[in-house]
Design a protein around this ligand. Structure first.
Ligand code: FAD
Length: 439
């Protein structure tokens, strides 16, 4: 009888995810008695990978990496953390294409989302094609899926997502917590404006389906919410008919780095040899805007800012002419400027953008060396200072290195709601510590 009672007790402990904290190997600190413990990995190679991203400048080591074999495990992990008097932090890691450690969790747990691929059994992207109106079509996509796979699956049905980033190997969850912007944004809005529904595991560990009609606070909060309120496990992405060559021309624009066909350049000044035309397949066209010339491997010094349309010529004078070109620093990199239209954005979403009808994403993206990193980062700070001193109401995209006060300023009138949403869905400040907003 006594051993039966002991056994029952043990089972109860296992079911409640009891944690035994020990002082041995880091993984033993998470000696959870469920599948979670089987899928927590603590070897040096995995931890080093989880503390590295595309930027190669920030390295925050987690205690362990969860390689989930189901969505329930992620939910359980978050619940375990919530149950502790000192919760550990948890960061979802998509493709780690961040450049400032946003997907890291120092002494917390990183969830390697790509492992959900196994759980989906090849069904990470499911297409619904509406024969009566192709514009009502959509894809149900795992948050860990990469956009390139969404594209390939949709094209098989003659369909396509409408809005893209320039790199198709980012994860769906990873771009939806930012915005997802590129050459189509002026026409179709950012990727976050092309989502019908989400499944999200909140910072309390609850799995919720949300949309504009259902759990709308969570839905709007998560879109552009820098991973603060939940982990996206499914997104319903708007699809439309796949483009013809002609529609590509009118649905894509990017200035400075590329000039696309006659109609777009009429009336614009440009260096004639920069103009070229080439016939390519739609999917090759989307891939062609990736890493022009390639971002060589090395530390990245990047700055992305949204600039109000009325001040774009100040950026030309004060940033391009007086800072970047004058300093004449040598690096591999590109400067991009995308025009955007505010009406294509939804102000209820978390992302902070300038308060003008037309604004631009201006990106200065440079691959540097460890010797020159500080010089280039100083240049980025100089650009930010110039914008501040000149009263140009920029907003940083993929923001970085902010103090608490700067975050409040960054979100401006959206801050109070952002904080309230955090208190509601992640009151113990467990999720996405690498963004540095609440931790
Ligand atoms: P990660 O770096 O893995 O994670 C980023 C953040 O999202 C972290 O805070 C992480 O915890 C959180 N996160 C990840 N997955 C989830 C999830 N499922 N649910 C909730 N939170 C999650 N961006 C653009 O908008 N337009 C571009 O054209 C563009 N081009 C790029 C080109 C290159 C070469 C690179 C390296 C980046 C580019 N980016 C661009 C930026 C990129 O979209 C973001 O860095 C994006 O976050 C990368 O996605 P990821 O899957 O790698 O996210």
């Amino acid at each position: 009888n006594v051993s039966l009672i002991l056994l029952i007790n043990l089972v109860i402990i296992m079911l409640t995810n009891a944690i035994i904290i020990t002082t041995h190997h880091p993984c033993s600190a998470f000696h959870a008695s469920t599948e979670i413990s089987n899928n927590l990995v603590c070897d040096n190679f995995t931890l080093t990978l989880a503390s590295t991203d595309f930027g190669l400048t920030i390295h925050e080591k987690p205690l362990a990496v969860l390689e989930p074999t189901s969505i329930t495990e992620i939910s359980e992990l978050i619940k375990v953390s919530n149950s502790l008097s000192t919760p550990f932090t948890i960061a979802a890691r998509g493709q780690a294409h961040s450049v400032h450690g946003q997907a890291m969790a120092r002494e917390g747990i990183v969830v390697n989302m790509t492992h959900l691929n196994g759980y989906r059994h090849g069904k990470g992207v499911v297409i619904f094609r509406d024969e009566k109106d192709l514009w009502n079509s959509y894809a149900d996509v795992g948050g860990e899926q990469v956009w390139s796979d969404v594209l390939n699956a949709a094209l098989e049905y003659g369909l396509t997502p409408l809005s893209w980033t320039d790199n198709l190997f980012t994860s769906v969850g990873g771009t939806l917590v930012n915005a997802g912007v590129g050459g189509q944004t002026f026409k179709f809005g950012p990727q976050i404006a092309n989502v019908y529904e989400l499944d999200v595991i909140t910072g309390k560990g609850d799995l919720k389906t949300c949309s504009a009609e259902k759990n709308s606070k969570l839905f709007y909060g998560v879109l552009g919410g820098l991973g603060q309120f939940g982990i996206i496990t499914r997104a319903r992405i708007a699809l439309g008919p796949a483009y013809t060559k002609a529609s590509i021309i009118f649905h894509y624009i990017i200035l400075f780095a590329y000039i696309v066909v006659e109609r777009l350049v009429t009336g614009l000044k440009y260096v004639p040899t920069f103009k070229y035309e080439k016939d390519v397949l739609y999917q090759n066209f989307l891939h062609s805007s990736e890493n022009p010339g390639g971002f060589p491997e090395g530390p990245q010094s990047w700055l992305d800012i949204f600039v109000p349309g009325s001040r774009i010529s100040d950026i030309n004078e004060g940033v391009f002419k007086n800072i970047i070109f004058k300093q004449n620093l040598t690096a591999n990199g590109i400067i991009l400027a995308f025009p955007m239209n505010r009406t294509k954005w939804n102000d209820k979403m978390s992302v902070a953008i300038p308060d003008e009808q037309v604004f631009y994403l201006v990106s200065v993206l440079q691959t540097v060396t460890y010797d020159t990193l500080k010089t280039f980062d100083d240049q980025k700070n100089q650009i930010l200072e110039f914008c501040k001193d000149s009263g140009i109401g920029i907003k940083q995209y993929l923001p970085r290195n902010k103090t608490h006060e700067e975050w409040i300023q960054h979100f401006g009138p959206k801050w109070q709601n952002f904080k309230d949403t955090k208190n509601k869905f992640d009151p113990k400040r467990i999720l996405a510590p690498g963004q540095g907003i609440f931790n």
